[in-house]
Design a protein around this ligand. Structure first.
Ligand code: AHR
Length: 550
């Protein structure tokens, strides 16, 4: 493949406070055969707080539809958004996890302490078989993250043998003894997680050598070729990417990861140190765990900001932080291009999303946060960034699916609610494996005194197998409706129908609560029409809009 530049060209026009400025877009044909990989829409589930235990995996006496101990209302909701993959068992937990603890008869599985996440009891009732049963119910691809931090090449090699080997062998025998005859043929394996931090405080040169060693013993068994994902950089640690690309090389990995969380910060609030904000040197951040103090590994995390109680200035800075994803992808890709001009290696953003303070009164180590209209705008904008970099970004995982960080689903005993972020994934599922349509975009600015202007509108477009063109727009301006004119001339389409849906709410702080779980939801939208080759859309303030053209 040529060195393709897929990213959208965005021009921010000066903001005028009075006239209603419009956004102008042109949508171009798919010339480079680029596809928006469905794996960009992936998710992440860690043994952390109430994601697995009391999330996916509930008490056997809970009175709701279940398959064993797996909650089926969650399964149904995730199948509806066509969840393409699920990453497990961590996160930081992965580098302390020994898979043999989670297989075999329950009574014989050890009860341990989850020292990464709050020193809670880990009874290992959810292990390899249970995770793969969950993936089968979800009809999704598993991503298993192996233990480099406290594990060995032998342990990882035998896990892959247990997962993927069909013929007679000690691990096949053990798997069969534990009730699973056929191998699962797991395709995606992570070689460690955050090895610069909670995964072992390593320097990139050391991790690169360990990767090469572990990688040697991860076998490709018949029908089970493993796509290996290297533990990539934290935020803007470009040296990490440089060293891994140079020392591991593009032929030994399928993907290289990147972790970037959006933190809410008000401009006037004091700078809060946080290892994942990227405002400290990689040296200073190495060794930190994401949650310190009691139950954390030698690190600390200062509070981020409330999930639901924030002003417009905090919102502004949060969106600025969110949109930084574009710059990070460009810079990491630029380094990857040096060693891999054909873009064989995927950039895998396997942890992203907004990270706020926990809900008042909940365990700080459980990272349980509410999810607002702001978070939907973050999800929509970030997914547009990923789509527009689909030449390099071919997998991503929002952190984390249920009850942790920017979750799609929150539960409270038998109750379950779908967050505004869930609805964005529902709208955007039209992009899964669709042909990428590059766009040029001119947008008014969303401005705040004392800050650099932000592009008010972002968008991405694709064409599915049936020929339908789907465009997803986000207007991050919480106050102004923005008219958009999108030129479709280059596509040479004969448009017969225009359908649109919108997700918006009165306030950016609005949420779905257990008392009002459908307060924010997607509705049909009448603000889109075509005039010849021109699509005209009136994007409501703070909205995510999907327009489908047939
Ligand atoms: O998603 C929560 C934590 O954030 C993960 O365990 C870790 O990889 C990251 O620091």
């Amino acid at each position: 493949m040529k060195n393709i530049i897929a990213a959208t060209l965005i021009i921010i026009s000066a903001c005028c406070a009075f006239a209603q400025e419009s956004s102008k877009i042109s949508i171009n044909p798919n010339v480079d055969n680029l596809v928006i990989n469905k794996h960009i829409y992936g998710h992440f589930s860690e043994h952390l707080g109430r994601c697995i235990y009391d999330g996916f995996w509930v008490n056997e006496h809970m009175n709701i539809p279940k398959d064993g101990r797996i909650r089926l209302d969650i399964v149904e909701a995730l199948r509806n958004v066509k969840i393409p993959n699920l990453r497990w068992p961590g996160g930081c937990f992965a580098d302390e996890y020994h898979w043999r603890d989670g297989v075999g008869p329950n009574a014989q599985r050890p009860t341990l302490i989850n020292t990464t996440w709050g020193n809670v009891t880990e009874d290992n009732s959810f292990g390899t078989h249970e995770f793969l049963d969950l993936c089968a119910l979800l009809q999704t691809e598993p991503i298993i993250c192996g233990n480099v931090g406290t594990g060995s090449p032998q342990e990882m090699a035998s896990w892959v043998e247990y997962l993927n080997f069909e013929g007679k062998s000690p691990m096949t025998d053990l798997r069969k003894e534990n009730g699973q005859d056929d191998p699962w043929n797991v395709q995606f394996v992570g070689i460690g997680n955050e090895s610069w931090g909670c995964g072992g405080s390593m320097r990139p040169e050391y991790y690169a050598d360990l990767y090469r060693q572990f990688n040697n013993f991860v076998e490709n068994y018949p029908n089970a070729r493993v796509n290996r994902i290297a533990a990539g950089a934290n935020v803007a640690d470009y040296n990490w990417t440089e060293v891994l690309m140079r020392e591991i090389g593009p032929r030994r990995m399928w993907g290289l990861s990147l972790h970037y969380y959006t933190h809410p910060r008000g401009g006037s609030s004091p700078l809060r140190l946080d290892y994942s904000l990227g405002n400290e040197t990689p040296e200073a951040t190495r060794g930190r765990s994401p949650f310190g103090g009691p139950g954390g590994r030698s690190g600390f995390r200062r509070l981020s900001g409330s999930a639901t109680d924030f002003d417009e200035e905090t919102y502004y800075v949060t969106m600025q932080n969110c949109l930084r994803m574009d710059e990070l992808i460009r810079e990491h890709s630029r380094i990857m291009d040096k060693y891999d001009p054909d873009k064989r290696v995927a950039l895998v953003v396997d942890e992203w999303g907004i990270w706020t303070d926990v809900e008042p009164g909940t365990n700080r180590a459980f990272l349980y946060q509410q999810n607002s209209m702001r978070d939907a705008l973050i999800a929509g904008s970030t997914l547009n960034v990923f789509n527009n970099h689909c030449d390099r970004v071919r997998m991503a995982n929002l952190a984390q699916t249920v009850n942790v960080l920017q979750a799609l689903i929150l539960t409270k005993d038998e109750k379950m609610l779908l967050t505004p972020t869930y609805h964005v994934f529902d709208l955007y599922k039209v992009h899964h494996d669709a042909k990428y349509l590059p766009i040029q975009l001119e947008t008014p600015a969303y401005s705040m005194l004392g800050y650099t202007s932000l592009p008010a509108v972002n968008a991405s477009a694709s064409q599915d197998e049936s020929g339908t063109v789907n465009i997803t727009f986000v207007n991050i301006d919480p106050n102004q409706e923005i008219p958009v004119e999108a030129s479709l001339a280059a596509l040479g389409l004969k448009i017969k129908s225009v359908k649109a849906k919108v997700l918006t709410s009165k306030n950016i702080t609005d949420i779905n609560s257990f008392d009002n779980p459908e307060y924010i939801k997607t509705v049909d939208f009448s603000g889109a029409k075509t005039e010849g080759n021109l699509l005209k859309v009136k994007l409501p303030a703070k909205s995510v809009v999907l327009v489908s053209l047939k």
